[in-house]
Design a protein around this ligand. Structure first.
Ligand code: LLP
Length: 386
């Protein structure tokens, strides 16, 4: 989010809180920056729609020429409905149900990212039954440490995702017997909110070796899908609203061995949408506890669970206090759980009931991870250009 203007804050004051605010101009600028850098090398980007499937956000993204990376049958259907061409939709996930596979086959999606040998057999059988050929890529677990939060690490041997490298010879034997599957490529995703870009260099080394191995087995690899994971600056959202796309794509350009017939695919989620969203909430009560001052907001873990689930930091500002005096607060929500805390010991200008608070960088994994716990209901979204 860029700095919120006085006019925007005045508008917020007349609205029912809490709500998600989306800066669609920043979203457009972010998409253009990503596209420009990816186009430089002929890279293709699929938007990982799990990060945010708000329809307004999706319609902006689909207009910018991105494909869609989906992880459920409903995401696949939504992507097509929102204008992502079916031949640019990929379907990943460790637990695709038969129903989801059949529906995606019917839509003739671009590719299934297959996460186990058994799934490969099931997709082949269902494709045969429905008279289709499924285009697939094999998701391989490269055992590369993403050096990010434990809960959002996906590419280590201990993670449930992808096919382990030790299983590949057996997998190739099965693949050769699958008559209704067209193998096109290999897929990787090692984790999310990755800021140490050396991780991607390590990923490239792993991809190079695995692609060579497949080709040595007589299996042509035309797609190298290296997943997503590029992190954003949660600490300084206003100074760095657009992620480091140039550095990110350059690493792949310099380290991935791409043959003339191969295409490189990415699945970015967070980097495309996170900074364009803010959760706007009102202070309901100020409560001076024995050890703490609590600022109790009208938003809680039901609207934004990242701080509680991953100890994630989000910058928080009081938008309306003009006090010179600073006080340390625990910023908490109204939910009946002790873990319903956005931030501890945060120094803010003296805060009062009715003040508006912004929780930044919540455009990814914010609104979409909301729950109905405590029967809270879904909150509104407000857009910069309305
Ligand atoms: N591709 C696959 C196969 C994925 O599993 C994910 C994210 C992505 C792409 C997109 O990753 P991104 O570019 O957004 O890092 N809820 C967590 C993040 C979970 C990420 C799950 N997979 C959070 O709030 O931090």
């Amino acid at each position: 989010m860029t700095v919120l203007t006085p006019a925007q804050i005045t508008r917020f004051q007349s609205l029912e809180t809490p709500f998600y605010y989306y800066d669609l101009d920043l979203l457009e600028a972010t998409l253009k920056a990503c596209k420009t850098e990816a186009d430089r090398y002929g890279f293709h980007v699929h938007y990982a729609m799990k990060a945010n499937f708000n329809p307004r956000v999706l319609s902006v993204i689909s207009k910018h020429g991105f494909g869609a990376d989906c992880v459920s049958g409903n995401e696949v259907k939504k992507a097509v409905e929102m204008g992502f061409p079916a031949d640019r939709v990929v379907f990943a996930g460790v637990g695709k149900s038969d129903k989801e596979i059949i529906e995606a086959l019917a839509l003739d999606i671009f590719c299934f990212n297959v996460e186990s040998v058994q799934e490969l057999q099931v997709i082949d059988a269902l494709a045969k039954k429905t008279g289709k050929t499924a285009t697939i890529a094999l998701r391989i677990n490269p055992n590369v440490d993403a050096k990010t939060h434990y809960n959002i690490t996906t590419g280590l041997d201990e993670n449930k995702f992808g096919i382990n490298q030790s299983e590949l010879p057996g997998c190739v034997d099965v693949l050769k017997k699958c008559s209704n599957v067209k193998m096109t490529g290999i897929h990787f995703h090692v984790g999310s909110q990755i800021l140490d870009l050396s991780v991607f260099r390590e990923l490239c080394d792993a991809v190079n070796g695995i692609a060579d191995w497949f080709e040595s087995q007589g299996i042509m690899i035309t797609i190298l899908n290296v997943g997503g994971g590029l992190g954003i600056d949660y600490k300084h959202p206003q100074d760095n609203p657009i992620p480091a796309f140039a550095d990110y794509f350059k690493i792949f350009h310099e380290n991935l061995r791409v043959k003339s017939y191969q295409h490189v695919h990415f699945e970015l989620g967070r980097a495309l949408v996170a900074q364009s969203g803010a959760l706007i909430s009102r202070v309901l009560y100020i409560k001076n506890g024995i050890k703490k001052n609590f600022a109790i907001l009208d938003a809680g873990m039901t609207e934004l669970i990242r701080p509680m689930l991953y100890q994630a930091y989000h910058k928080i500002e009081n938008l309306t206090s003009s006090s010179e005096k600073k006080i340390s607060y625990d910023i908490v929500g109204p939910i009946c759980e002790s873990t319903d805390v956005f931030s501890k010991d945060l120094s803010l200008p003296e805060t009062q009931r009715g003040d508006l608070v912004a929780i930044y960088s919540t455009g990814a994994y914010g609104e979409v991870m909301a729950s109905d716990y405590n029967l809270r209901g879904h909150i509104a979204a407000v857009y910069s250009n309305d």
